[in-house]
Design a protein. Structure first.
Length: 171
């Protein structure tokens, strides 16, 4: 489980996804990557700096003696899990252009969230709350991205991405 919680373990997968999106979607891919970057630039500080300090929930590894700690116990607060916020926001974005891989993306997000509990540094509600916050931030950002693509990237007459279409509107 500590493997799933360390972003360094995915350093080869992320560039492959970036290249794939750019090759497949060209200008719309650039907009996609900008908006996923903006989304993560919002979700991370919102959860790490604002919510954690405001809510001040102590981590289980500082409070519960019987916690089996598999990593160092961070000194920041516990709620929400920033890993869950970020990974669920990213899974929501990636599930649009890669609909068939949506279960994989959300499965990985779920495993990462569970790993935060398993290694002893989050309560289950930290992860559930983090997943919810990540999705609530990513949803309007993805909608905004769709508006930008529809207005400036797609040829006139194309519709915004709908059911059965990929993220720039093609079938």
């Amino acid at each position: 489980m500590p493997f799933m919680t360390d972003l360094k373990n995915f350093r080869y997968v992320l560039p492959v996804l970036v290249v794939w999106v750019l090759l497949r979607e060209k200008k719309a891919g650039i907009v996609f990557l900008v908006f996923i970057g903006l989304t993560l630039a919002i979700t991370d500080p919102f959860s790490s700096r604002l919510l954690k300090d405001w809510l001040g929930r102590i981590r289980p590894c500082h409070v519960l003696e019987e916690v089996r700690l598999l990593t160092d116990c961070n000194t920041s607060y516990s709620f929400p899990s920033s890993h869950a916020v970020n990974i669920f926001a990213a899974a929501f974005f990636l599930s649009q252009p890669l609909k068939k891989l949506s279960p994989l993306f959300f499965g990985i997000a779920g495993i990462v969230g569970y790993s935060r509990i398993y290694i002893g540094i989050h309560y289950p509600l930290d992860v559930i709350g983090g997943a919810t916050i990540g999705l609530l931030i990513a949803w309007p950002m993805r909608w905004l991205k769709d508006q930008v693509v529809a207005r400036w990237i797609q040829p006139p007459g194309w519709k915004i991405a709908k059911k059965g279409r990929n993220f720039i509107g093609r079938r």
